[in-house]
Each structure stands twice: as structure tokens, then as C-alpha cells.
Ligand binder design. Structure first.
Ligand code: GCU
Length: 671
């Protein structure tokens, strides 16, 4: 009996159909895997677990030091564990790069191999997905390598068990019990991550507590690392830049101070003595109250390079966030570019600058951050937010893959036409660069991991797009839907409808035409365009929507804050001119008169009403589509999703009513 609580995520290994199970069972009679390490053992265990429900025959599973060719077999081993005869049977040019994998039919057998054990791990999960999704496993010739080197989840988990912007219960990490007690969920989390290629996890919040670097907590982190290692996942810690002063008792944390450097050296040595594969530090510096090098008159390069030098002997990296705003800039959207662009070329080779996808803060839609394509001598990581802080949090079902695709496919023109963000981020573009994408996790202690049975789709899509940003939204939706919900066509149709249409619905009922940051102060859930709370102007909705009797939207053109000129020329010109600025970004870049006619023929005032209304209808359609699954699903799953969709529909109406009644007052002439 399969579980219905969502715990198994996309790894429930439900057979696709009886006929496919028969076909697979006729092809795979034996399984030979390589022995020799924790990762290879994890692969064998996973295959055994999956095949016990995906095949209907008893199969032989043998683990050997070296894997030889056998008929009617699945052969799984890194290249250096294949015997000479099997190597000689490999078709030419079929080995992947780095941690990639090859899945190849060789006579009536199938070989999963790679240059590294991690490659074999990822290839095995990919192969299992072929079986879960009912694909043919004949004549296979698959070679695949990850697009970016680092595919990392950032947990904003506090050490007291709470999660900043977390909507799925408490933190997964039970710090109080660690290192003695190891929750079995650590392993299941790591399996799920590995199955989609995730290879790093930052365990704690970017707003740090300094004692994460105490000996006690380093040992706790080491216990988690010892589980994750079996699944190719390296851990990182978020650190407070002032730790040498706050934890070490030094009078300063100046990155140029000898004692400060020595403190970091000793701390780093201590970490590597218990976590030999430690990934490195993530730092939120000089941002939202977190200390940084500015305090000591130093800049981001001075601060990050000091840590880079300390980590370098161990192969660790520094991930230094570019989420900065505040003093000295009239437009918050311009601040990170203004501060970081002049430092291009000054960062060490193991320092990576992590930039949010857009210039403000994970809004339902933002234009791309100008630092993508803006700093070509620096390692740039992209930070996406999987947890839906501004997109209905744990209540709204919003599939984020379409948003991420829009971001990755955006052409920056950094090196002429075709300079997409995806290609800028990808390893293949420049082998010398360290590349990565981070995602702020939506995972918590809820049985279903992510607040609803649908929210794990975003965890899944994140991993898949980090691996291969050329995948289409449909492909990702198809995979997740079948692996999670099984092959019932009616259910699949509804699941896919929700996945494919939910982001557009959310944009329409929350932030049409690229309105942004008009959520309620602090918790960022519901609409509050009138809100005047908050200690800073750039935390207030009014700062962003700028509604007045003349129009609506933020003028970031050359006549306004000139944020447009942080982009490369053709893009800057396109955004600057109201006629060429894509309407989906209109109110981000322009203060648009109420009677301005849009491409629909409607005035701004009419369009706003039209789109909010459309959004409500779309939210209703999501719910109505789900109602069709009632006869096909168990009550528990059906109702738990319906409950969320009902909330989403009610919230959509609230967004429409609150925003229209507020904005239209200005259209009627209110100042
Ligand atoms: C947002 C979010 C904060 C978070 C910050 C960050 O502002 O609301 O909770 O700390 O981003 O990314 O550092």
C-alpha cells in the first residue's frame, strides 16, 4: 500500500503500468553494481528499493569490485570500475564530463557509468525516472552533464528550529538532538536531492547566529555531513562576518587584521578536521543588519578574499551575497550593481558572488538582475527562491519553473545576441569559472516536506533546471507529475494544468504588468498597496508602485532613476522606451499615464481591472480543474489540495478587490 501523505515525494516508485513493468522485467534480469564506497552503496540500495516495486520478477543484484559484461543485465559502475572487456564494448565518445553520466545499451544489457561516483549516482536516478515515467529502455544512448558545477539548496533555518520565510513547519535539522541522534529524514532529504542532481546544502540562515561556528555546532553539522556524503552532497555554513569578535572575543573583525585572519584560519582548520569535504562559507555581509567589511572601511572584495584565502588550501569556496541596498542610492534596484560592478576582476578564483535573480527581492516577476552579464571576470552564482515568500507562501499552488525558464532564457546581449542568462551561468561557457545556482529552500518538518502536496514540484524543478537549463517547463512538469501522482491520466491532466497555468494566474491576481513589492509589510503574504509601515522607505509598497493622479509605476528610465542603463545597450534601450519595453515589465520601468493605451487597446486603467479579474478567473479554473480528480483520488490527497486551492481563490479575490479599490482612486484623480 503506497503512502498518501507525500513523504515519498517523487520517489514512490509506483509502477507506470503493468505492461511496462513486464517489459522492464524482461530486459533487466540481473543487476551488477560496483562496490567500493559510500556513494556506490547508496546507489545499490536505491536500485534494490526501486526495483522491488518497478519490476515484477526476482532479480539478482551482485556487488563486485569490478563490473564485467553480462547479458540481460543492468551494469552500474564508474568507468574505472569497468573491466577491460566492458570498456572495449563502449561506443566511442560516449563518456560524459565531470559529474555527468552515460546510460548506454550494450547488446541486450544497459550500462550506467560516469567518470565519478557522483555521475553514476545521478545516472542511476535518471534511469529510475525512465522506468517511473514509462519510457522505453531499449537502444539507450544518453550522455548528460550538469550545466553548473554547484547546485545548492540554501536553508534559511535558525538554530532554534524556526525557519525564516519557511511555511512547512520547523527546520528539518534537529540541532538539540544532534550529533547523537540522527533523524532518518536526513537520509531521505539527501536521496531526494541527489535524485535531481543537487550537490550542496547550506544548513543555516543567512541571518546567522554566531554560535554555528562553536565547536558544539560544528560537530552537529559534521553529523549531518556524514549522512549527506553518501549522496554526493557537501555542506556549507552561513557565517557572521563579525564572528572573530562576537564568538572569538577579538576586539575587531577587520579582514586585514592579523589576529582576525588567524582566527578564521584556526576555525576553518577545525571545521575541516571533522568535515573533510566541507563546501565553504556563505556570507550575507553589510546587508539588513548583518555586519560586513564596510564597518572597517573595507569593501566586499577585501572581505570575501580574506575568507577565500583561508578556504583555498582545502578546496573550499566563499559564496558572497550581493543582496545589498541602503545608503547612497535613490533606487534600491540599482544598489547591488553600483557596489559590485566596480569590483569585477578583484575577487579571488574561489570567491563566488551570489546574485538574486532580479534586482529587488524574489517578486512574482522581476526583470533580470543587471549583474548577470555585467561582471565577466567574477564567478557569479544565481540565487532563486523556492520558498514562495512573495507568491502565496505555503497556501498558493504556484509552479515556479516557468518563471525560472523566463529568467534563464533572458538574453542579456553581454556578448552580442544569444547571451542568455542560462549560458552565462553554465560551466560549459567557461571551464575556468566556478558556476552555481542556489535555491532558498521550501523544505521543513511537515510530513509532505514543503507545505502541500504540490509545493515539492518547485524543489524538483529547481534541481532539474540547475542540471539542464534547456529542459522545457512541460518536460519537468510531466516528470514530476507522473513520478509523484502515478499514471492515472485524469489526475495527470489536472496536475499538469495546475503546474502549467499557476504562475500566470498568480502574476495576474497579484502583480499585473510588473507591479512589485505591494505585499503586506513584513510577512509579505496579502495585498497592502496603501501600507505606510516600515522603518525604511524602500520597504514600503508606495516606494515601488508610485501611484498618483498622473499614473502608476516606477520610472527607472533615463528620465527617472536610470536603472535601465545598468543593462547592455540594446536591452537598456528596449527597457527605456515605453513603446519597446515588454508590457510584462511595464510598471517596473515606467510611470505610465492612466489613459496610456496598451497593446490590447485598453487604457492602463482598464487593463489593470481586466488583468486582476482575469487572475481571479484563472485561480477559479485551477480549483475547478482539480475538482475533476475527485473520483480518481483518495479523499486525503484530494481534499488537502482542494483546501489550498480554495484559499488561493479567496486570496485572489482579495488581491483584486484591495488593489483595484486602492489604485483606481488615483486613476479617478486622487493625488
Ligand atoms: C528578504 C527576506 C528576508 C531575507 C532577505 C535575504 O528580504 O524577506 O527574510 O533575510 O531577503 O535574502 O537576505
Amino acid at each position: 500500500m503506497k503512502r498518501t501523505d507525500g513523504y515519498e515525494l517523487w520517489l514512490s516508485y509506483s509502477p507506470y503500468s503493468e505492461s511496462m513493468t513486464k517489459k522492464y522485467s524482461a530486459i533487466i534480469k540481473n543487476v551488477y553494481t560496483a562496490l567500493g564506497s559510500e556513494i556506490l552503496d547508496a546507489v545499490s540500495d536505491e536500485i534494490e528499493l526501486a526495483f522491488s516495486s518497478l519490476l515484477d520478477t526476482n532479480f539478482l543484484l551482485e556487488r563486485n569490485e569490478t563490473v564485467r559484461f553480462n547479458n540481460s543485465s543492468l551494469l552500474i559502475a564508474p568507468y574505472d570500475h569497468l573491466d577491460d572487456d566492458l570498456c572495449a564494448r563502449l561506443p566511442p565518445n560516449k563518456l560524459p564530463d565531470g559529474d555527468g553520466y552515460s546510460i548506454l545499451s550494450i547488446q541486450d544489457s544497459i550500462l550506467i557509468t560516469g567518470l565519478t561516483e557522483k555521475g553514476v549516482l545521478y545516472g542511476s536516478f535518471y534511469f529510475l525516472r525512465l522506468l517511473q515515467t514509462g519510457k522505453s529502455i531499449e537502444n539507450l544512448s544518453i550522455v548528460s552533464s550538469p550545466a553548473v558545477k554547484w547546485r545548492i539548496l540554501n536553508h534559511w533555518d535558525n538554530l532554534d528550529g524556526s525557519v525564516e520565510r519557511g511555511y512547512a513547519g520547523k527546520s528539518l535539522w534537529k540541532w538539540k538532538e544532534l550529533p547523537k541522534l540522527i533523524d532518518p529524514r536526513y537520509k531521505d532529504y539527501a536521496r531526494a536531492c541527489a535524485s535531481i542532481g543537487i550537490n550542496g546544502a547550506v544548513l543555516n540562515n543567512v541571518n546567522t547566529q554566531v554560535y554555528i561556528l562553536s565547536q558544539e555546532y560544528i560537530e552537529k553539522a559534521a553529523a549531518i555531513a556524514s549522512i549527506f556524503r553518501h549522496f554526493g552532497i557537501r555542506i556549507f555554513l552561513s557565517v557572521n562576518f563579525s564572528s572573530p569578535a562576537l564568538l572569538g572575543g577579538l576586539g575587531t573583525a577587520d579582514p586585514c587584521d592579523k589576529n582576525v585572519i588567524q582566527w578564521w584560519k584556526e576555525k576553518t582548520a577545525e571545521i575541516y578536521s571533522v568535515i573533510p569535504d566541507f563546501g565553504g562559507f556563505l556570507v550575507k555581509a553589510d546587508s539588513e543588519g548583518q555586519p560586513g567589511p564596510y564597518i572597517y572601511g573595507r569593501d566586499h572584495a577585501d572581505g570575501s578574499n580574506m575568507l577565500g584565502r583561508v578556504l583555498e588550501p582545502y578546496g573550499g569556496i566563499v559564496i558572497w551575497r550581493a543582496f545589498v541596498y541602503g545608503q547612497g542610492e535613490t533606487d534600491r534596484a540599482k544598489k547591488a550593481y553600483s557596489d559590485f560592478k566596480p569590483l569585477d576582476g578583484k575577487f579571488l578564483s574561489n570567491v563566488c558572488v551570489q546574485v538574486k535573480n532580479g534586482p529587488i527581492d524574489f517578486q512574482p516577476r522581476e526583470p533580470i538582475h543587471p549583474l548577470f552579464g555585467g561582471m565577466d571576470k567574477t564567478n557569479i552564482f544565481m540565487e532563486l527562491q523556492i520558498t514562495q515568500e512573495y507568491l502565496g507562501q505555503g497556501n498558493h499552488l504556484v509552479f515556479l519553473a516557468p518563471m525560472w525558464k523566463e529568467i534563464l532564457d533572458f538574453d542579456t546581449f553581454a556578448n552580442g545576441k544569444g547571451s542568455t542568462v542560462g549560458s552565462f551561468l553554465a560551466a560549459k561557457a567557461d571551464v575556468k569559472r566556478i558556476t552555481g545556482i542556489s535555491g532558498v529552500s521550501n523544505i521543513g518538518s511537515d510530513k509532505n516536506w514543503c507545505a502541500s502536496l504540490f509545493h515539492p514540484a518547485n524543489w524538483y524543478a529547481f534541481g532539474r533546471l540547475c542540471w539542464d537549463n534547456t529542459l522545457s517547463v512541460e518536460e519537468i512538469a510531466d516528470e514530476w507529475a507522473v513520478c509523484t501522482w502515478g499514471a492515472n491520466q485524469k489526475v495527470l491532466e489536472a496536475v499538469k494544468y495546475i503546474l502549467m497555468n499557476s504562475w500566470q494566474a498568480c502574476l495576474d491576481y497579484m502583480t499585473p504588468l510588473c507591479l512589485h513589492h505591494i505585499m503586506r509589510y513584513n510577512h509579505h503574504y496579502g495585498p497592502d498597496p496603501a501600507c505606510d509601515e516600515g522603518s525604511r522607505e524602500d520597504w514600503k509598497p508606495k516606494y515601488y508602485h508610485r501611484a498618483d493622479s498622473a499614473g502608476l509605476g516606477f520610472d527607472r528610465t533615463r528620465n527617472g532613476t536610470d536603472a535601465v542603463d545598468q543593462y547592455h545597450k540594446p536591452v537598456a534601450d528596449m527597457f527605456d522606451d515605453i513603446k519597446t519595453c515588454p508590457e510584462k515589465y511595464l510598471l517596473w520601468f515606467h510611470h505610465v499615464p492612466w489613459d496610456y493605451k496598451l497593446s490590447s487597446g485598453r487604457s492602463l486603467k482598464e487593463e489593470l481591472s481586466y488583468v486582476y479579474e482575469k487572475g481571479v478567473k484563472e485561480a477559479e479554473d485551477l480549483r475547478n480543474k482539480w475538482l475533476e480528480t475527485k473520483p480518481e483520488l483518495d479523499k486525503k490527497r484530494f481534499e488537502s489540495v482542494l483546501d489550498k486551492l480554495n484559499i488561493q481563490y479567496e486570496d485572489a479575490k482579495e488581491w483584486r478587490d484591495v488593489c483595484l479599490s486602492y489604485f483606481l482612486k488615483f486613476a479617478e484623480g486622487e493625488k
